[in-house]
Design a protein around this ligand. Structure first.
Ligand code: MF3
Ligand code: CO
Length: 248
């Protein structure tokens, strides 16, 4: 069942989203060669709690950290660890915040020091795919319009679009209906209506779309070992169009 949100509900999610965005910016400023993903995780957790929020991933189905941090060939759900980041890596920070019972969730891929042109291009295209997808999140469209837009844009740029993992409705829970896939057909799927709140989150591979899980049962990596990028915003659909909630 899709749970539609009132203007007041959306305002509360926006406050949670503001904490996501501010934390993202502050933690991202500390990304550098030599820093560990555990240090970034600790920083994010502290900032979220200091703002009055709760990191929503911690203990979600037994997830062991406050954030997911995925490096290079990791697609999503990398568990923060003690391995230092290296010059030329790309790193995705992904976390959610609960504030007064309402969730927001976001992810962003960042460069570590100076990165190669192919890595920068993958990040640029994935971020642009997110924004083009969000632009389709308006009343009268369907979920397939978002999905097909992301798919076409990324595939026409030669990339693999991950299908195993999808975006999702969000609200009082981290994951609600509907699913927001990154591949689909225009004009198909759930109709988009005002009051819907969901996460759009393209996970895009430099090589093939195939993924596998590491032995930790969480970390998703590209099957071919090539790079992957992931950008995510929490979006509310209003009569005036899509509103990004995970921004300051
Ligand atoms: N990043 C995922 C999402 O956007 C949620 C991760 S759940 C966790 O839906 F348990 F891995 F943290
Ligand atoms: Co999400």
């Amino acid at each position: 069942m899709i749970l539609y949100k009132s203007t007041a509900d959306i305002a509360k999610m926006r406050e949670a989203g503001r904490i996501v965005a501010r934390t993202m910016r502050e933690v991202a400023a500390c990304i550098a060669p030599g820093v560990t993903t555990k240090e970034l995780d600790a920083m994010a957790g502290e900032k979220i709690r200091a703002a009055g929020g709760v990191p929503s991933f911690k203990d979600y189905r037994g997830y062991p950290a406050d954030t997911c941090i995925s490096v290079n060939e990791m697609v999503v759900h990398g568990i923060p660890n003690d391995r230092p980041l290296g010059e030329g890596d790309i790193v995705t920070l992904d976390f959610g915040v609960i504030l007064d019972g309402w969730h927001a969730d976001g992810a962003w891929t960042y460069p570590v020091g100076k990165i190669a042109p192919n890595a920068q291009r993958l990040m640029n295209i994935t971020r642009e795919a997110l924004m083009q997808g969000i632009a389709k999140a308006k009343a009268g469209n369907r979920v397939g319009d978002i999905a097909s837009t992301v798919q076409r844009y990324c595939e026409s740029n030669g990339y693999g679009v991950v299908t195993e993992l999808v975006g999702h409705g969000i609200g009082r829970k981290l994951h609600e209906e509907p699913s927001i896939p990154n591949v689909g057909r225009p004009g198909k799927g759930e109709p988009i209506r005002p009051g819907m709140t969901f996460c759009v989150e393209p996970m895009i591979n430099e090589g093939t779309a195939d993924v596998r899980y590491l032995d930790d049962k969480w970390t998703v990596v590209t099957a071919d070992g090539k790079l992957s990028a992931h950008f995510e915003h929490t979006v509310a659909v209003t009569k005036e169009g899509p509103v990004i909630l995970t921004q300051e």
